[in-house]
Design a protein around this ligand. Structure first.
Ligand code: B12
Ligand code: SF4
Length: 473
């Protein structure tokens, strides 16, 4: 069978004028996961429109498209194209799960939720010529799943080819998060077996890893065993977790000892009122400053996530948030405009209050206000969002924030890392066009690893030194 898997891109990612590095970071892991269920005899093509021009003149029998909200229109265009050519088209992913009726108009079969149960079921039905129109995921498990088909990934086109997920979902339920809508009808948080996760890590070449799990520390037991197992592997890695889990005694130390060098942390807002309204209760009454001190104490850099436009935010929120982040020595920040994704509790609340102002999914990219904010107007929200990025990433701010760290090594690492992402964007644009992104991975690894001789203070003496680090780099 000739199977084509496509990750469609939103327009911005293909711009002939500007290619932001974030679209060349991670390969299409979800599709490579689904490819693992295909037969050895199947002829498989995997294309990621973020990094390559799609070949639309081919003649696949089965087409699989992964649909995010911001790439939905493009995905439908591609689906219509291949259906006209006589291919059987499958649509799945987050947006299909949120709005199945919309997606069904462009597909032969749609899939709701994660694919580990529905996709093999469909393949069996398809091969006996009895596919259904819709498959809903119910059996949630990662046990015994086939290896991700990484051989289909064009590693040289990505800065971070070693992305992986060892869990799905998250134990929490924040109103604005995609996850409740996506995991409806089954478990919304589950993990791999530690041994299977470690085996997957062993299979990955090189040194750097990026865990794309929503909350890698979501199960303390799982995370602690994983980090114990990773110790001595000589990896440097990045991931995402919550303030609460950072404050949990012992876990962060294990993470740092196994190579954690930068953590994405969902601070989201400095307002308790906002946290309450969005049901992000696990951030309430937690000292953000204490979490930051713990991370920096273990020499873990912080990528802080902030969401602007919650109901307690007025126009002062941008300056206040940026000033606080700089004063804390936070290395990088990701700002978002609050976005009510269809299917979420936030969407329900905004819709019933008549506050949604746009149904153009292209604008649901966390950079546009698609609803009426409570304490400022939409234009002020958008302007403030862009100002926050400018203010946080100007050289003066980077140097001020780097100066908060006590050691010269940490200051230099801070400036190199923050500057590298945002101040050298023209360089990234050139590197992407020259298709040389992967040559920058060693630089990323050495910045993450930190100053020469650096090791986490929590390491047992000699432990990391005796690792397979040299063989891996
Ligand atoms: C990596 C990532 C990116 C990467 C690349 C995406 C990629 N290579 O896949 C980059 C950096 C480019 C990116 C960009 C953006 N992202 Co993003 N990203 C992620 C992240 C962290 C991980 C995705 C991943 O690999 N997951 C692991 C794999 C195994 O799971 P999966 O991809 O979901 O695939 C499974 C299922 O979805 C399903 N499935 C998917 N397709 C199909 C098809 C069929 C036929 C079947 C059967 C099943 C199926 O089966 C797969 C296996 O279970 C997610 C958060 C998350 N945890 O998912 C956010 C996330 C997907 N991103 C999001 C957003 C908003 C964005 C941006 C708009 C952000 C911005 N402001 O710029 C942009 C634009 C995205 C776009 N291209 O349109 C939202 C999406 C919301 C939505 N409703 O669509 C998420 C959920 C983050 C969040 N918490 O809000 N992103
Ligand atoms: S903690 Fe993060 S991943 Fe978990 S539900 Fe909240 S926003 Fe989503």
């Amino acid at each position: 069978m000739r199977v084509k898997l496509i990750l469609p891109a939103l327009t911005e990612a293909k711009s002939p004028f500007w290619r932001p590095i974030k679209y060349s970071l991670f390969p299409p892991l979800g599709l490579a996961t689904l490819a693992g269920y295909l037969d050895e005899t199947d002829e498989i093509t995997l294309q990621d429109e973020h990094v390559e021009t799609l070949d639309l003149e081919d003649d696949p029998e089965l087409v699989v498209l992964q649909v995010y909200i911001t790439s939905a229109y493009r995905a439908y265009e591609l689906a219509d194209h291949y259906r006209r050519k006589g291919a059987y088209v499958c649509l799945g992913g987050l947006h299909v799960t949120s709005l199945p009726a919309e997606a069904a108009a462009h597909a032969d079969t749609i899939f709701l939720g994660p694919g580990e149960d529905t996709w093999p079921a469909f393949l069996a039905d398809y091969r006996r010529h009895a596919p259904q129109k819709i498959y809903r995921s119910q059996q949630r498990s990662l046990l015994g799943m086939p290896p991700v088909r990484r051989d289909l990934i064009k590693r040289r086109l990505y800065l971070v080819p070693n992305s992986l997920v060892v869990s799905r979902g998250c134990p929490h339920t924040c109103d604005f998060c995609y996850k409740e809508a996506f995991y409806r009808g089954g478990k919304s948080y589950y993990t791999q077996l530690v041994d299977e996760a470690l085996a997957e890590i062993e299979r990955l070449p090189g040194r750097h890893l990026y865990f794309l799990d929503d909350h890698l520390f979501g199960s303390q037991r799982f995370a602690a065993s994983l980090f114990d197992g990773m110790r001595g592997m000589g990896r440097v890695w990045q991931a995402a977790a919550t303030v609460q889990s950072v404050l949990a005694p012992g876990l962060l130390e294990k993470a740092a000892a196994s190579g954690l060098r930068s953590l994405f942390v969902g601070f989201e807002t400095l307002s308790a009122q906002n946290l309450l309204q969005q049901h992000k209760k696990h951030n309430l009454n937690r000292s953000y400053e204490a979490a930051i001190r713990r991370l920096h104490g273990l020499r873990v850099m912080i990528n802080s996530s902030f969401v602007f436009g919650m109901d307690d935010d007025d126009e002062s929120v941008f300056e206040r948030t940026v000033a606080w982040a700089i004063s804390q020595g936070i290395e990088t920040a990701t700002f978002h405009i609050l976005t009510p994704y269809p299917g979420t509790a936030l969407w329900e609340r905004m819709s019933s209050a008549g506050r949604i102002t746009s149904h153009d999914w292209n604008l649901y990219d966390t950079r546009h206000a698609v609803y009426r904010p409570a304490k400022m107007d939409a234009a002020a929200l958008q302007a403030g969002y862009w100002r926050a990025y400018q203010d946080f990433y100007r050289w003066g701010s980077i140097l001020q924030s780097a100066g908060v760290h006590p050691g010269l090594g940490e200051r230099l690492r801070h400036a190199a890392y923050a500057g590298g992402w945002k101040r050298f964007e023209p360089l990234w644009d050139w590197v992407i066009r020259a298709r040389r992104v992967s040559s920058f991975l060693p630089l990323l690894e050495s910045i993450l690893a930190g100053p020469a001789g650096h090791s986490s203070p929590s390491l047992e003496p000699g432990r990391e030194g005796a690792s397979r680090q040299d063989a891996l780099t």
